[in-house]
Design a protein around this ligand. Structure first.
Ligand code: M6R
Length: 613
């Protein structure tokens, strides 16, 4: 969703770095974009509905090249249509201050009415513009910028990350956070801020993540952070290991394809550092992971959205089967409005790539309010979820830029597996030798993924996907631990190729979806060699008998043999089969989208991180 960048340099060159930062944030989804810069002491704003290239064209005629301070924003509209006027930055009446904002000002109507009554003239329909006027009013009352921002925000209900730029011979840049993330960093020649750490990586890998209520003054070589009370505070300086180049697609046609191919490495990075010792347990550090702490857990509730929810559904099977603990999974958007019965030994596990998804965060917080414990499985070190959870398991997927989640999903599955084994060992549910076998199976997964991603298999999936690209619709069927993989296969196809696809537990087919089966309808069956595959084979026969076309993906040779077409997947054992089975489905979705000419990395209407309800 929306993105913020800001920079203040000793030398010229800010405009280029703002545009570079905005391009880095493009993957989050946006519909308009703008920059505000200080040029010759004066504030200049350019903003456009549309893509960054349109903004660049608008900037081409100006003389903004030598600027030393600026802010930029990519907007994903919430309040007000997608127009140039509603794009950020917004300015005060005198045009001396520019402000960009992620999040929502919930009481913007009453604030606007009061400000208009006091003579402030509004130029947009956004909730954001009130913030510019509120800050300007405090500055006019003689406050320094950071104090003016803090006082202005005291009137605001809602959640926000903002950056404020004031012109003059010595431009000033301030950021503040209440909810959505904002990180800041400084090098000797510059100061930086951004809503996503990826945008800072070309400049520095040492960053501060602001906490709720913080206001940060950003200057070359200097960051000063104060808390909600105006007291100077030290926040931990985090070193980000991700390489800037990880956010670059290199020779790959799309980030999604690059990220699918990174999966063997991602699995190794997430798993291997946590293996070791005598091979019979998982190494997880911190008080949360001790035997005593894990034995206390009476049940696990995973909460997540979209693809992460599918990881939660797989985790349910692993936690019960390997961990020996009752487990459930639910859409965070449903859980947060339930009246869940939790006690102090219930563990709510929030699963999220971004760590900022509004519903998942709210569900985790509800679990905490109800007295439960909390754990975040997350890909973003400085995220709100990681900060607020009692403990976290950081997956090591690296930056995921494609809107369609692939490598983060696979890393979430690996995290769930490791956690389930650790819980199983702590609770005495898994004998040491059984745990050793399970962990050995995990060690073999990266190589099996490499095999699956070999060019021959990829070419076969591509050819199959192109042939089916114009099917009437798709039904994805799976059973047991691979039922969520059927859901994930259908979701991937829907979101990037805009084809109707439904994921279903195969045993439910006879209770309704079988009515959809007819020539032209393609059924994709996830068919690992496991305890329920015989049932799946009869489901395949039932589809065939009604004229449906079946593609089978998996390791069960008999099921593959009864399908019309098949993609064979290496056998990873029943618990890890989802990690492999999902890969051909990701590739299938990718190549159907390619054949249909879709914008694969930036599918319509979707944002990478859904930070609003
Ligand atoms: O950042 P999160 O993992 O919390 O995001 C959850 C969903 O929004 C996300 O998985 C979404 O469904 C993806 N577009 C799926 O590919």
């Amino acid at each position: 969703m929306c993105g913020i960048v800001g920079a203040i340099h000793r030398e010229a060159g800010v405009l280029e770095s703002l545009l570079e930062g905005l391009r880095t944030l493009e993957y989050r989804g946006y519909d308009s974009v703008g920059v505000g810069v200080v040029h010759g002491g004066r504030l200049c704003v350019q903003k456009r509905a549309g893509r960054i290239d349109e903004l660049v064209r608008a900037l081409a005629g100006g003389e903004l090249a030598g600027v030393r301070a600026g802010i930029g924003h990519s907007r994903w509209a919430t309040h007000g249509a997608v127009t140039d006027e509603n794009a950020h930055p917004h300015t005060d009446v005198a045009g001396e201050l520019a402000l960009v904002h992620n999040g929502i000002v919930e009481n913007h109507r009453e604030l606007r009415t009061a400000l208009e009554a006091a003579g402030f003239v509004f130029r947009s329909e956004t909730d954001t513009e009130v913030l510019a006027h509120l800050v300007a009013r405090e500055i006019a009352a003689g406050r320094a910028l950071a104090e003016a921002v803090r006082r202005a925000l005291a009137h605001v209900r809602g959640y926000y990350a903002i950056a404020v730029l004031v012109g003059g011979d010595e431009p000033q840049l301030v950021g503040a956070r209440q909810g959505p993330p904002l990180c800041v960093g400084a090098t000797p020649g510059a100061g930086w801020l951004a809503s996503d750490v990826l945008a800072l990586l070309p400049h520095t890998r040492d960053v501060f993540f602001l906490e709720d209520g913080d206001v940060a003054e950003v200057a070359p070589g200097r960051i000063a952070i104060t808390d909600a009370a105006g007291k100077a505070v030290e926040r931990p300086l985090r070193h980000i290991e991700w390489q800037a180049a990880a956010g670059d697609k290199g020779a790959w046609p799309h980030f999604m394809l690059k990220e699918i191919h990174e999966q063997p490495d991602v699995v190794a990075r997430t798993a291997y550092p946590r293996l070791g010792g005598d091979g019979t347990d998982v190494r997880l550090e911190g008080g949360f992971w001790t035997d005593e702490s894990l034995r206390r857990v009476s049940r696990v509730q995973t909460v997540a959205c979209g693809t992460a929810l599918h990881a939660g559904l797989v985790a349910r099977y692993m936690l019960e089967g390997l961990g020996g603990v009752p487990a459930d999974a639910e859409y965070a958007s449903e859980f947060r409005y339930r009246d869940p019965l939790l006690d102090r030994d219930s563990l709510v596990v929030a699963i999220s790539q971004s760590g900022e998804t509004a519903d998942t965060l709210a569900a985790m917080r509800l679990g905490q309010v109800r007295g439960g414990r909390s754990l975040a499985i997350c890909n973003s070190i400085g995220s709100t979820m990681v900060r607020e959870a009692e403990a976290s398991f950081l997956i090591d997927a690296g930056p995921e830029i494609g809107v369609a989640s692939t490598k983060a999903f696979v890393a979430m599955l690996v995290a769930a597996y490791l956690i389930a084994v650790r819980i199983g060992r702590a609770r005495g549910h898994l004998a040491p030798e059984t745990a050793r076998e399970r962990l050995e199976e995990l060690r073999r997964v990266p190589a099996a993924l490499e095999h699956l991603l070999a060019e021959a298999v990829v070419a076969r999936v591509r050819e199959m996907a192109h042939r089916h690209a114009h099917a009437k619709g798709f039904l994805f069927l799976g059973r047991g631990i691979n039922y969520p993989i059927a859901l994930e296969g259908a979701l991937k196809l829907k979101e990037i190729s805009y084809v109707h696809a439904e994921g279903y537990p195969a045993g439910e087919m006879k209770h309704g979806p079988i009515a959809l089966i007819e020539p032209g309808m393609t059924t994709v069956v996830v068919a690992p060699r496991d305890g329920v595959v015989e049932k799946l084979r009869s489901n395949v026969e039932q589809v065939r008998a009604r004229g449906g076309h079946v593609i089978a993906v998996g390791s069960d040779p008999e099921c593959l043999a009864v399908a019309h077409e098949a993609i064979e997947v290496p056998d990873a054992g029943p618990w890890l089969s989802p990690v492999l089975d999902v890969v051909p489905l990701q590739l299938f979705a990718y190549h159907v989208a390619e054949a249909r000419g879709c914008d694969i990395d930036k599918p319509r209407n979707l944002a990478k991180s859904v930070t609003v309800e």
